[in-house]
Design a protein around this ligand. Structure first.
Ligand code: NAD
Ligand code: UDP
Length: 318
C-alpha cells in the first residue's frame, strides 16, 4: 500500500494527533479543514514536516476530482463538530459534513481506488438500553431531539459508507469513537473534561449537569489514535465496524472529584439542570478491537488527566 493519506478535520483535536501519528509512521499526509471548531494552532508542528500538506476547505463543497492528484491510498473522514455545545450551535453544518461530506470523501476514495475510514461515534447508540455497548447493538436514538443533528447524521454517514461497500466493493472501515480527551482540546469546547479542568484551574466551581450520576468511559487520545491507526492500516478488515474507547466507566461526579484532587485550587461543585436527552450511561464493549486489532487502552485516567492538565496550564498561562 502506498503511504498517502487524506485526513479531513486535520486541525481538530483527534485529527491533528492522527496526522502526527501517520507522519511518524512514514506516511505523506494531506490535511483538510475549514477551522469551524479549531484554529491553525494545532497544525503548527505538523507544518514543520515536509511530508505534511494542508488545504483550507469545506469538505461539503469539495470537488472529489480536485484531490486525485495526491493519489491517496487511504481517505479518513474525521471532520465534524464533536462537542455537544458545538453541534447544538452548528446543527446544519454538523448534518452536512457527516452526510454530504461523507459522500464526497467516499467519492474521493472510490475514484482514487483508496481505502476509506469513517469516524463515527458512540452517540450512534444514543441512550443505550444494552450495557456495555457492542457493535451489534442498533442503538436508542431520539430522531427529533437536540442531539439528533449529530447522532442521526453519523448514522447516515455509516449507512452511506456501507452503501459504497455494497455497491462498489470499496474497502471501508467505520470506527465508533467513545469519549476521548487529551492535549489540543479547546478549553472552551464545552466538553466535560475541558470544562472541569478549565474551571478548576481558574478557581471556578465545576458545573455538573443533573445529579452527576450519569456515566461515561474516558479514553486518552494516544490510545484512541493507536486504535484508529490499526483499524485504518491493517489488512483484511473490509466493512468492519469497531468500537474504540476505554471501558473504565465512571460517573460525572467521580470525574469531578478526580479533577479536584489533581487541581487542589478548584472551588467545589455547582449543580446545573440536566441536558435534554443526555445519555444516562456509556461504556464500550471492546472485545472486537482486542480480537481484530490486538488493541486495548494503555493510559489510566489519572495519568491522562495529568497530561491534559499540564497542556491546559501551558495554553492558559496558569
Ligand atoms: P474537533 O471539533 O476538535 O475536530 C473536528 C475538526 O473538523 C475541526 O478542526 C473542524 O474545523 C473540522 N471540520 C468540521 N466541519 C468541517 C467541514 N465541513 N470541512 C472541513 N473541516 C471541518 O473534534 P474531535 O474531537 O477532534 O473529533 C474528530 C472526529 O471524531 C469527529 O468526526 C467526531 O465526530 C469524532 N468523535 C470524537 C469523539 C471525541 O471524544 N473527541 C468521540 C466520538 C467521535
Ligand atoms: N457535563 C457536565 N458538565 C459540563 C459538561 C458536561 O456535567 O460542564 C456532562 C454531560 O451532561 C454528560 C457528560 O458530562 O453527561 C459528558 O459530556 P460531554 O459534553 O463531554 O460529552 P458527551 O458524552 O455528552 O458527548
Amino acid at each position: 500500500m502506498q503511504k498517502r493519506v487524506i485526513i479531513t478535520g486535520a486541525a481538530g483535536f483527534v485529527g491533528s494527533h492522527l496526522a502526527e501519528k501517520f507522519l511518524n509512521e512514514g506516511w505523506e499526509v494531506l490535511g483538510i479543514d475549514n477551522f469551524i471548531t479549531s484554529t491553525p494552532e494545532n497544525l503548527r508542528t505538523l507544518k514543520e514536516n515536509p511530508a505534511f500538506r494542508f488545504m483550507e476547505m469545506d469538505v461539503v463543497k469539495i470537488d472529489p476530482s480536485s484531490l486525485l492528484d495526491f493519489e491517496p491510498s487511504l481517505v479518513m473522514h474525521m471532520a465534524s463538530p464533536a462537542s455537544p455545545v458545538d453541534y447544538f450551535n452548528m446543527p446544519i453544518e454538523t448534518m452536512l459534513v457527516n452526510s454530504e461530506g461523507t459522500r464526497k470523501m467516499l467519492e474521493v476514495a472510490r475514484r482514487a481506488g483508496a481505502r476509506f475510514l469513517f469516524a463515527s461515534t458512540s452517540e450512534v447508540y444514543g441512550d443505550p438500553e444494552i450495557h456495555p455497548q457492542p457493535e451489534t447493538y442498533w442503538g436508542n436514538v431520539n430522531p427529533i431531539g437536540p442531539r439528533a443533528v449529530y447522532d442521526e447524521s453519523k448514522r447516515y454517514g455509516e449507512a452511506m459508507t456501507m452503501a459504497y461497500r455494497r455497491l462498489f466493493e470499496l474497502d471501508v472501515r467505520i470506527v465508533r469513537i467513545f469519549n476521548t480527551y487529551g492535549p489540543r482540546m479547546r478549553p472552551n469546547d464545552g466538553r466535560v473534561v475541558s470544562n472541569f479542568i478549565t474551571q478548576a484551574l481558574t478557581g471556578k466551581k465545576l458545573t455538573i449537569y443533573g445529579d452527576g450520576s450519569q456515566t461515561r468511559s474516558f479514553g486518552y487520545v494516544a490510545d484512541t489514535v493507536e486504535g484508529i491507526f490499526r483499524l485504518a492500516t491493517y489488512g483484511g478488515l473490509e466493512g468492519e465496524v469497531v468500537n474504540i474507547g476505554n471501558p473504565a466507566e465512571i460517573t460525572v461526579k467521580e470525574l469531578a472529584d478526580t479533577i479536584m484532587k489533581l487541581i487542589p485550587s478548584a472551588a467545589g461543585i455547582e449543580y446545573l439542570p440536566p441536558v435534554p436527552d443526555d445519555p444516562r450511561k456509556r461504556r464500550p464493549d471492546i472485545t472486537k478491537a482486542r480480537k481484530l486489532l490486538g488493541w486495548k487502552p494503555e493510559v489510566p485516567l489519572e495519568e491522562g488527566l495529568r497530561k491534559t492538565i499540564q497542556y491546559f496550564r501551558s495554553i492558559l498561562n496558569i
